[in-house]
Design a protein around this ligand. Structure first.
Ligand SMILES: Cc1cc2nc3c(=O)[nH]c(=O)nc-3n(C[C@H](O)[C@H](O)[C@H](O)COP(=O)(O)O)c2cc1C
Ligand SMILES: CC(C)CC(=O)C(=O)O
Length: 363
């Protein structure tokens, strides 16, 4: 039977993918406590529905940085999607666009950013990792501009890679048929499978990622491109304040899916302080642990304009390629629409703190 919810896609993917690939996607860093807590944070809120509201039509559409979208479910940037399906990011882009949504394409995609743009049926953002060699980053940004990407998402929580023990144990790296498609072959060689004990992903990151990244990089990215810039990986009011002062167009409240600093607070928990600090001066999005329509509803009620969905998209891709991602995203969109109806809030703009009650008062 076709999966009925996102977690059922995870089960299918677990059965289908090689164990090392499943672990790379599923896993977090160290003890994986941030990975678990991201989910638990949603349970800290109950919903307060209003009844006898006309919910015969519920509207999930939203405008993000000037682009109208049919729903607020943005595909998170995720590397190496050919690990899950031969078409990789191209299949994901087609599925996201068909449903009227937006996809963020990773610097470390396994299809070239131009291939993804050619196949895409909807808007794309380009996720930027800053490399030690700024010329490499500049060249990627120029290519993204030429290919029609609409914004740059600068990931700021990965100056060094978190210690992902699953990948170390399996000696995880890219199999021969998957490559870092935006780069020359030497990068894919650095990423190749290793002996158990060492991760190829970590080896590559420590070779090429800029460990000296500071706020200067934000000004630099803004100076090299006229595209809107979002920062991904902000978790505090003080960093949000600095980001706004630096002129960013958006923030993604994120702890990188629990794959970087283990013990970092759940993004949902960080969201209110970031929203309060931003005071409407830029867009605020959130990711981490979104698995149900009611999770999306809670994130929006706490002030996010949209959410990014990570691992579930990988599971949809593994289970059924473009069709799998399309069905998975439509399940989540339908769950969100039903959650709006049953909470008596027929539009996203009707969502605010009044739909939430902190569960700490319970037991
Ligand atoms: C397999 C995998 C690859 C990822 N690759 C990237 C990446 O290339 N760039 C990036 O900024 N974030 C990357 N992330 C983090 C996601 O963009 C996102 O922050 C996180 O997965 C959200 O949590 P969720 O998986 O619970 O939805 C990756 C996550 C996973 C699971
Ligand atoms: C290339 C990797 C650093 C991609 C990533 O961000 C991740 O695996 O979490």
């Amino acid at each position: 039977m076709r999966p009925l919810c996102l977690d059922e896609y995870e089960q299918q993917a677990r059965a289908k993918l090689p164990a090392g690939v499943f672990d790379y996607v599923y896993g977090g860093s160290d003890d994986e406590s941030s990975l678990r807590d991201a989910r638990k944070a949603f349970d800290a809120w109950w919903l307060r529905p209003n009844v006898l509201v006309d919910v015969s039509r519920c509207d999930t559409s939203v405008s993000l940085l000037g682009t109208m979208l049919a729903h607020p479910l943005v595909v998170a940037p995720m590397a190496y999607q050919c690990l899950a399906h031969l078409e990789g990011e191209v299949a994901t882009a087609r599925a996201a666009g068909a449903l009227g949504g937006l996809m963020t394409v990773s610097t470390m995609a396994s299809r070239t950013l131009e291939d993804v743009a050619r196949a895409a049926t909807g808007p794309l953002w380009f996720q930027v990792y800053c490399f030690r060699d700024r010329a490499v980053t500049t060249a990627l940004i120029r290519r993204a501009e030429a290919a029609g990407y609409r914004a740059l998402v600068l990931t700021v929580d990965t100056p060094r890679l978190g210690r992902r023990m699953r990948d170390m144990r399996s000696g995880f790296g890219l199999p021969a048929h998957v490559r870092a498609a935006n780069f020359d072959a030497d990068v894919s060689q650095a990423l190749a499978t290793r002996a158990p004990g060492e991760s190829g992903i970590a080896a590559h990151a420590s070779r090429d990622f800029d460990t000296a990244l500071t706020w200067e990089a934000v000004a630099w990215v803004r100076s090299v491109s006229r595209l809107p810039v979002l920062l991904k990986g902000v978790l505090t009011a003080e960093d949000a304040e600095r980001a706004v002062a630096a002129g960013v167009d958006g923030l993604v409240v994120s702890n990188h899916g629990g794959r970087q600093l283990d013990g970092a607070l759940p993004p949902l928990e960080a969201l209110p302080e970031v929203v309060a600090a931003v005071r409407g001066r830029c867009e605020v999005l959130v990711d981490g642990g979104i698995r149900r329509g009611t999770d999306v509803l809670k994130a929006l009620a706490l002030g996010a304009k949209a959410v990014l969905v990570g691992r579930p998209v990988y599971w949809g891709l593994a289970a059924g390629g473009e069709e799998g991602v399309g069905h998975l995203l439509s399940l989540l969109r339908e769950e969100l629409e039903l959650a709006l109806a049953l909470s008596g809030r027929p539009t996203l703009s009707a969502l605010d703190g009044s739909v939430l009650r902190r569960r700490a008062a319970f037991g």
